[in-house]
Design a protein around this ligand. Structure first.
Ligand code: UDX
Length: 439
């Protein structure tokens, strides 16, 4: 089966590689010639565990190819996925310019039946806009070609993307014809051995499912962050509360971790976009608006805790603060909407020197904030003469530090743990002042 994936960002590259892994002949297309050249050489522009080897293996096997020009490879394809970016507009709505550009290119070059599937996260109604854009080009050419549009939102998590794609909880596919359903059933068949379900539905429901899933998960996190903030005030421990409520199968244990806010490319963007869609449709989603506000407040919480200790106003001026973790979560170099960026802004504005360390996101951080922070050799180097250590991202390597070494390096043995990964008793035994979220 020949398929093309347009857009070699996170979703496009992972999906293309994983489809190739199951035997499909995949062409990944991107207008960025430099990126395509790098990919052809096996140089992967994103950090994702396991992806490098899988790309190289499938390129070697002839199942994975890269191209810059969709028009020239279109004739071979049975299915074309569009996985291009949908960056948020000023007002929070998803910008569809790349999605519609791909549609126009397809319309201008299509010569045989194919299914055009949108994988990018797009607002309800986009598939119809894609259909119209393709049809307009076909009409302009005065030819007669049939095609179907479909929606197949992607639920993979960064850092776990290969596993999520190869053994998904479910695959959601919105179709409008039996022919498209058959083509997509065939493509997803190799995954059925893993005992998962392809859930077919109408296209608007598939488009909505993605936003509803991410918004629900973001809601759980903001809800737990509020419970945590209240726990601190009433003498309860959010970790105990989490265990207590997570044991209820109706609630479940996952995605209940309080911390210093959620980031990434999906939750903030999708929550914003759903709020916008509902406002545009004359309905105000009050819960989601609060989810967003709570998260913005939570991203400042480590700074607020520092200020409570050192005093507001000039209390933090001249202090040195060590940041462990810059990425929005472990196992990625992605810093989009990361709490670390908010912390860097607040700390530098308050007159602090910031010493940062992250196992993979340091280059990305330098690209975003330049030399406003000192990039350190390793996690211990970041602690040199620090008045406080802030744990922002829970990388595995931060979980069991040599506390005596930490204490020796720091000016003041103060640890503020934004992801609740350290053991309060152990820190107390080692002579640290320890603060975390929600107890
Ligand atoms: C998310 C969705 O999980 C995925 O299904 C969708 O396709 C894209 O968006 P991702 O952004 O890669 O994936 O990361 P995820 O692991 O979901 O974490 C998002 C953020 O929530 C991180 O900043 C993480 O630290 C935070 N988080 C997660 C919490 O604060 N608490 C939790 O319990 C879980």
């Amino acid at each position: 089966m020949n398929i093309a994936i347009v857009g070699t960002g996170y979703v496009g590259l992972v999906s293309g590689t994983c489809f190739a892994e199951t035997g499909a002949i995949v062409t990944c297309v991107d207008v960025d010639a430099v990126k395509i050249e790098r990919l052809q050489k096996g140089d992967i522009p994103i950090y994702e565990p396991g992806l490098d080897e899988m790309v190289v293996k499938n390129v070697k096997a002839g199942r994975l190819r890269f191209a810059t020009d969709l028009a020239s490879v279109l004739d071979e394809q049975e299915i074309v996925f569009s996985a291009v970016g949908t960056p948020p507009d000023e007002d929070g709505s998803a910008d569809l310019k790349y999605v519609l550009e791909v549609a126009r290119t397809i319309g201008a070059n299509i010569n045989r039946y194919m299914v055009v599937v949108t994988k990018s996260t797009v607002p309800v109604g986009t598939a119809q806009k894609v259909r119209a854009a393709i049809q307009a080009e076909i009409d302009r050419r005065g030819v007669d070609v049939e095609f179907d549009v479909a929606s197949n939102p992607e639920f993979l998590k960064e850092g776990n993307a290969i596993k999520d794609f190869m053994s998904p909880d479910r695959v959601v596919v919105g179709v409008e014809s039996e022919r498209a359903r058959k083509a997509l059933t065939k493509l997803y068949k190799p995954f059925l051995i893993n005992n998962f379900r392809v859930i077919f539905m109408d296209i608007p429901s598939a488009e909505m499912t993605k936003y509803a899933a991410n918004s629900m998960l973001a809601t759980r996190i903001s809800f737990m962050n509020e419970i945590a903030n209240l726990c601190e005030r009433v003498g309860a421990d959010v970790n105990m509360v989490r265990a207590g409520i997570g044991a209820d199968t109706r609630i479940g244990r996952k995605f209940l971790y309080a911390g210093c806010g959620y980031g990434g490319s999906c939750f903030p963007k999708d929550v914003k976009a759903l709020i916008k869609t509902s406002d545009d449709n004359g309905y105000s989603m009050e819960v989601l608006k609060a989810v967003e506000r709570v998260n913005e407040r939570q991203k400042r919480i480590l700074f607020d805790k520092l200020q409570a200790i050192f005093g507001a106003g000039d209390g933090l001026r001249g202090k040195t603060v060590a940041l462990w973790g810059l990425a929005f979560k472990p196992e990625t170099d992605d810093m989009r909407e990361s709490t670390a960026l908010v912390m860097i802004d607040l700390l530098t504005a308050a007159g602090c020197t910031v010493r940062a360390y992250d196992p993979v996101a340091m280059d990305e951080c330098r690209r975003r904030v330049g030399d406003r922070v000192t990039y350190c050799r390793d996690m211990y180097d970041a602690l040199l003469d620090a008045d406080a250590l802030l744990l922002v991202t829970e990388w595995k390597e931060f979980r069991l530090p040599a506390w005596p070494v930490v204490k020796k390096a720091m000016r003041r043995p103060l640890v503020i743990d934004g992801r609740n990964i350290f053991d309060a008793e152990e820190l107390a035994e080692n002579g640290f002042e320890y603060h975390c979220i929600g107890k």
